[in-house]
Design a protein around this ligand. Structure first.
Ligand SMILES: *Cc1c(COP(=O)(O)O)cnc(C)c1O
Length: 423
């Protein structure tokens, strides 16, 4: 047993080795208490975009602390939130005109679901069904778990989860089944919204699908008058190669959720962006139509200042060029695994690369996952496979040499694990 009272997320403390303390971060690295340097190849759970402690973001945080801490966000507003909203709307797909702040990806999605149902409720229209995609992940609150894939993660809470309609995942060659299923559900006339992770289903196993499916889903949603919610919590801020993944499908969602990457990963913050139509469905002289949602730390002023600095980096620095370079490196290194029988489903979407280790028992709880983590850790890398799915999602500042080393480690680790599982 560990000697610390800290209970960590997604951690089985009975099986995990005692954890090293991280004492500093910089660029693509974490530094532990023993002076070891660790390459953060998954951007500290997908939040760090430019790199740890980007000077522009750190300076903005320091400056903000001279003036603010947390400020109540009803009855008063503040400069960082106002500036951020304007710049965020200019950065996101057009048609999105309002910004609702919260503090995590899960709450951004909860807010989106509530906005969608509130819109129809306030209009007096009986539409309250939510359509989601198989293998989806939208967070760990009761509402977002309800929308996500059901499994070992949420089995104990199943009695509390609400029902949703699930579309089959659009596997290559079977995209039409997904679209047909959506159209069939829409015909019932009870669908309020479809909620999807655009192009990449992250926690569900780095599953990719094409932009044509995304635009077709949007087209069906529009045709049947149901709202389109894009959960861009992971895919936003350049991860898939464009600012937001929806851009690749030419889709403007009715509601867009963003969080990871919003502050460059430095501080927790989230935003749910929506169209005028949704805002106006809650605009009324009748107080009952108010959008009733808040978190204590809504629009934390320091976090908002960090997000403004993040947007400034996107404007001033060649972020797109870095993303394209990282994508090109993934592409080049993945070639060597394309015809490698140790792997299946070698794939890439922008700065995200993934490949499945060809072991008989896949799934998130497969023992190979923790074993691979340990082997990567011994090689100075933070890589957390999702079961047998190995992926890299590094910060955009990662050097070509470090990317090459990460692929060498994958090669090495795969051989070791396959040898162990065969014996
Ligand atoms: C991480 C994630 C969330 C949840 O965000 P938290 O900040 O962990 O609550 C929601 N949706 C997607 C697609 C995510 O990847």
């Amino acid at each position: 047993m560990t000697l610390t009272p800290v209970w960590h997320p997604f951690t089985q403390h009975a099986l995990e080795a005692p954890m090293k303390r991280i004492v500093a971060t910089e660029g693509a690295y974490l530094f532990d208490e023993d002076g070891n340097r660790v390459l953060d190849a998954i951007s500290s759970w997908w939040v760090i975009t430019h790199g740890h402690r980007h000077p522009g973001i750190m300076a903005a945080i320091c400056e903000a602390t001279e003036a603010y801490d947390q400020i109540i966000f009803a009855e008063y507003t503040h400069e960082p939130a106002e500036i951020l909203a304007e710049r965020l709307l200019a950065f996101a797909p057009s048609e999105l005109k309002y910004v609702f702040y919260s503090d995590s990806g899960s709450t951004a999605v909860e807010v989106a679901i509530k906005m969608a149902l509130g819109t129809f409720h306030n209009r007096g229209v009986a539409r309250d069904r939510l359509v989601v995609m198989e293998h989806g992940y939208h967070g760990d609150t009761i509402g977002t778990m309800s929308a996500g894939e059901r499994g070992v993660f949420n089995a104990p809470f199943e009695p509390l989860l609400f029902g949703v309609d699930r579309l089959p995942f659009p596997d290559p060659g079977r995209e039409q089944e997904t679209l047909d299923a959506f159209e069939t559900i829409c015909r019932k006339g009870t669908v309020a919204a479809i909620l999807v992770e655009p192009l990449v289903l992250g926690a569900g196993g780095m599953k990719f699908y094409g932009s044509a499916v995304l635009s077709a889903l949007k087209e069906i949603a529009s045709r049947f008058g149901c709202l389109f919610i894009a959960d861009e919590v992971m895919t936003g801020w350049g991860r898939t190669g464009t600012r937001f993944a929806c851009e690749q499908a030419g889709v403007t969602p009715d509601i867009l959720c963003t969080s990871k990457g919003l502050t460059g990963g430095a501080l927790p913050l989230a935003a749910t962006l929506c169209t005028t139509e949704i805002f106006e469905a809650h605009l009324s002289f009748d107080r009952r139509k108010t959008f009733f949602h808040s978190s204590s730390y809504t629009a934390n002023a320091i976090a908002c200042a960090a997000a403004v600095a993040n947007l400034q980096i996107w404007q001033d620095e060649p972020v797109d060029v870095r993303i394209a370079a990282l994508a090109a490196q993934h592409n080049q290194h993945l070639q060597r695994f394309q015809n490698d029988t140790r792997f299946a489903n070698v794939r890439q979407c922008g700065t995200i690369a993934a490949l499945d280790l060809a072991v008989p028992s896949g799934g998130y709880l497969a023992d190979v996952g923790p074993r691979m983590r340990q082997l990567f850790r011994e090689r100075g890398l933070l890589v957390r496979p999702l079961g047998n799915v190995v992926y890299l999602m590094p910060p955009y500042c990662t050097s070509a040499a470090d990317i090459a080393a990460a692929y060498d480690a994958i090669d090495d680790v795969a051989s070791i694990v396959l040898k162990e599982t065969a014996s």
